[in-house]
Design a binder for this molecule. Structure first.
Ligand SMILES: [Mn+2]
Length: 357
């Protein structure tokens, strides 16, 4: 298991690399360049990032948010140009030591919450929160506006302003698209990208829909074990893998997250893991909790044990954290609670490892 940390870059992440390096057990980052979907990532910028990360004593073997352009998901002719850019980016990342690329195939929207800083009454900290009842009367544009107002000036992954400008038009274009239609477009993308990944030694890792059910009537095809079985069979290859995010898949209590880890771990189809906990508050209603099993509804010991048993070499990161100790910053991505999450997960790991010997 390689413990890593998401980092947005020195220009836009208030957490210094030095602090990340000081978290016990930390090996590297899940990093990114902040580029709109469809752009061929500039090599000089990425090279500078790698050098900066290495200089801080960390690795950069996993890259996130290489976003898939909407034209690829919609399957319109201009997709070929964006697929070419994607392939060029994957090759470039491989040249600089990247082993795993995390992405998603969610139409229009990336992850969604109805409150980015809901106070947890028990301890006064706050965390990201979702209550489907709060969006029942709202359209997607209202939600996006609200998220923009609450993000404290940071742009949220998947909610880049340049995508939102096209939101209304894009929503219209998806009208009538089925899950199978979206999967056909996904297959087209994988057929082009996966052979390149096999050549250059990169694994693509698809992140689940978050929350793990369809929203706004859009087709969403990555929120259950069955969905990911279908995704893998679109192009079966060790390079076509899952980024198994326990908090995203686990937002739907019908998903057995531990079973899903064992299933895909045994198949060698887990490219990376996001590990976090959440607390169910009702039907389609949850908050992100601290990592500790007893304050949420996922069994984090069972999660780490499943990783240990089936994919012990995978990359892991604490996913989101609460905001504690009056820290301010990007919702979900403060230093303190994520660092506590790392300490807890590595502690579980040490116990599991020693117990097994
Ligand atoms: Mn995640």
């Amino acid at each position: 298991m390689k413990m890593t940390f998401r980092w947005f870059g020195s220009g836009s992440d208030p957490v210094p690399l030095k602090y990340i390096r000081q978290i016990p057990g930390m090996t590297g980052l899940m990093g990114l360049l902040d580029k709109p979907a469809g752009v061929d990532w500039p090599e000089d910028e990425f090279k500078a990032l790698v050098e900066e990360v290495h200089e801080a004593g960390l690795e950069l073997e996993v890259v996130e948010s290489v976003n898939v352009h909407e034209d690829i998901k919609m399957g319109v002719p201009s997709r070929d140009e964006y697929i070419d850019n994607y392939i060029s980016t994957v090759k470039m990342l491989a040249r600089h030591g990247v082993k795993v690329v995390i992405y998603n195939f969610m139409p229009v929207f990336d992850w969604l919450r109805t409150d980015l800083a809901r106070v947890i009454p028990e301890d006064g900290s706050n965390s990201m929160y979702y209550d489907e009842r709060e969006i029942s009367g709202l359209g997607p544009l209202d939600i996006v506006r609200r998220m923009g107002e609450e993000s404290g000036g940071f742009s949220l992954p998947g909610w880049e302003p340049e995508r939102l400008a096209l939101l209304e038009k894009t929503l219209r274009q998806y009208e009538g698209m089925t899950g199978d239609g979206l999967r056909a477009n996904y297959r087209y993308f994988l057929d082009a990208v996966i052979p390149v990944c096999e050549d250059v030694g990169v694994r693509m890792a698809c992140h689940p829909d978050d929350p793990a059910w369809p929203i706004f009537g859009l087709p969403r095809i990555a929120h259950s074990q069955e969905d990911f079985d279908k995704i893998i069979s679109l192009r079966d290859s060790p390079a076509n893998t899952v980024c198994l995010c326990t908090g995203s898949l686990g937002s739907n209590p019908e998903n057995d997250v531990v079973q899903a880890i064992r299933h895909f771990g045994e198949m060698n189809r887990i490219g990376a893991m996001h590990v976090r906990n959440l607390k169910f508050l009702g039907e389609r209603h949850f908050r992100e909790s601290a990592h500790l099993s007893s304050v949420g509804d996922l069994d984090m010991y069972a999660v780490m044990k499943a990783i240990y048993d089936t994919c012990p070499d995978t990359y892991i990161r604490p996913d989101h954290g609460r905001m504690i100790w009056d820290e301010t910053g990007r919702p979900g991505y403060g230093l303190y609670d994520r660092a506590l999450g790392v300490a807890y997960l590595t502690g579980l790991w040490e116990a599991i490892e020693k117990n097994a010997k």
